[in-house]
Design a protein around this ligand. Structure first.
Ligand code: NIG
Ligand code: FE
Length: 410
């Protein structure tokens, strides 16, 4: 006797418009759409009327959305959300006139989060970090990139990366980990940045062996690491076949964008001070510009990234939260999209593309960020009448339901 084959789809949602983003430009809108999924993948994306052409459509679960819009699940491609403690005191210092660089040089900044993160056990770190990941998820994020960089020694970088993986397991969201050992110089290597980079390069293969590293990043800046040190970290990544990305040209033009593009990097992030040559190099190598308007806003930055040059050279622009305790304590990617519109004059469509298709690309992921047959069934149903509302509302509970790999998470 053969078992009956159950060929029903796992789910079908109708009664909402779709912003598929599956087009070179525009939302790829489908009014009165239908979305079917099976085994974690999309098996139907189209107008509801076209369902009639699909013989024997039966789904185990049929949902009538009753209006609103469905978009791909949002992809937050740049966060530092695993850390202990907070830096609200530095926020107050900056309001009194101290600059981010001054605070960092005086022993605060990243290094103060390092102290708190080292002192926390793995479970404590998870407990402190989970609410931030939950907040991102509640506002529509289904894939989160999480960097290390507040451990700055082998055990604590490993602890951070393990916590990042555990967040993915606990919440069911997609997590991509990035090793950011070259984030700041820990006190025990004071005066010996090159020695510290030797250590970072030695830790990387061990962390990679444990399956803890999906990509490698560095902070190339006056208060971070120089170009030669950054290159050494990237050479170590390349030797393992790991993709690279870079905190580039955030506070000054250190030619970071061109450097990371030269390694065929996935992305150059921040990029406020990136030069025209840097933009050209990014275009040539397909390196995504990751815009981080939360840090721009919090630091009251005035230097805008070269947005028109990115557009002119067709450099894809992603938008991310940069969720971190210093420059961007931001727990909503939608709010980052809104800030990108207000500060950087992105159109709401560019902002949504930046938080979906281009965010996925900045992580080297081609299976998400778009509603398309065969893509992961990561999508969000929003209570909105038009997609621009995703950027228009500051806060608010717009997400009605959130699916990751076909499973409803919220
Ligand atoms: O992306 N610029 C370096 N890294 C973070 C800030 C980290 C921190 O201040 O804790 C950023 O802005
Ligand atoms: Fe960052």
């Amino acid at each position: 006797m053969t078992a009956a084959v159950d060929n029903r789809w796992d789910g079908l949602i109708v009664g909402a418009a779709l912003a598929t983003l599956d087009a070179e430009a525009g939302y790829g809108a489908i009014e009165d759409g239908a979305l079917g999924w099976h085994d974690g993948r999309l098996v139907f994306v189209g107008p509801r009327a076209a369902l009639a052409d699909t013989p024997d459509v039966v789904a185990k679960q049929v949902v009538d959305a009753g209006g609103g819009w469905i978009t791909p699940g949002l992809v937050d491609c740049h966060t530092h959300l695993v850390f202990a403690g907070d830096r609200a005191g530095e926020f107050e210092q900056r309001l009194q006139g101290a600059s981010y660089e001054q605070i960092a040089r005086a022993g605060g900044g990243i290094v103060s989060s390092v102290r708190a993160t080292r002192a926390a056990s793995e479970d404590e770190l998870l407990a402190q970090s989970l609410p931030r990941a939950r907040a991102l998820l509640a506002d529509g994020v289904t894939t989160i990139e999480i960097k290390s960089g507040y451990g700055l020694d082998y055990d604590n970088e490993r602890k951070m990366l393990r916590v990042a993986r555990r967040i993915g397991e606990v919440l069911g969201v997609g997590v991509r980990t990035t090793f950011l050992g070259a984030h700041a110089l820990p006190p025990e290597f004071s005066g010996n940045a090159d020695g510290y980079i030797d250590a970072v390069c030695a830790w990387l293969p061990r962390l990679h062996d444990e399956g803890l590293v999906d990509a490698v990043d560095a902070f190339c800046e006056r208060i971070g690491f120089d170009a030669a040190q950054t290159r050494r970290v990237f050479d170590a990544a390349r030797a393992l076949g790991l993709p690279v990305k870079l905190h580039a040209d955030q506070l000054s033009d250190g030619h970071g964008a061109a450097l990371v593009a030269g390694f065929d990097g996935l992305s150059a992030d921040h990029v406020e001070h990136t030069s025209p040559e840097g933009v050209r190099a990014m275009a040539e190598h397909g390196t995504v510009a990751v815009l981080l308007p939360g840090a721009f806003h919090v630091l009251r930055e005035t230097k805008l990234p070269p947005l028109d040059a990115f557009r002119a050279h067709q450099v894809p622009m992603a938008v991310a939260t940069d969720c971190n305790p210093g420059t961007s304590p931001l727990q909503s990617l939608r709010l980052a999209m809104s800030l990108a519109c207000t500060h950087f004059k992105l159109t709401p469509e560019e902002a949504l593309r930046g938080a979906t298709v281009h965010g996925a690309r900045a992580l080297g992921l081609r299976d998400r960020g778009v509603l398309r047959m065969g893509a992961r069934a990561d999508f969000v149903h929003w209570a909105i009448a038009r997609p621009a509302e995703l950027c228009y509302w500051l806060g608010g509970a717009l997400a009605q339901s959130i699916f990751v790999g076909g499973q409803r998470l919220a």
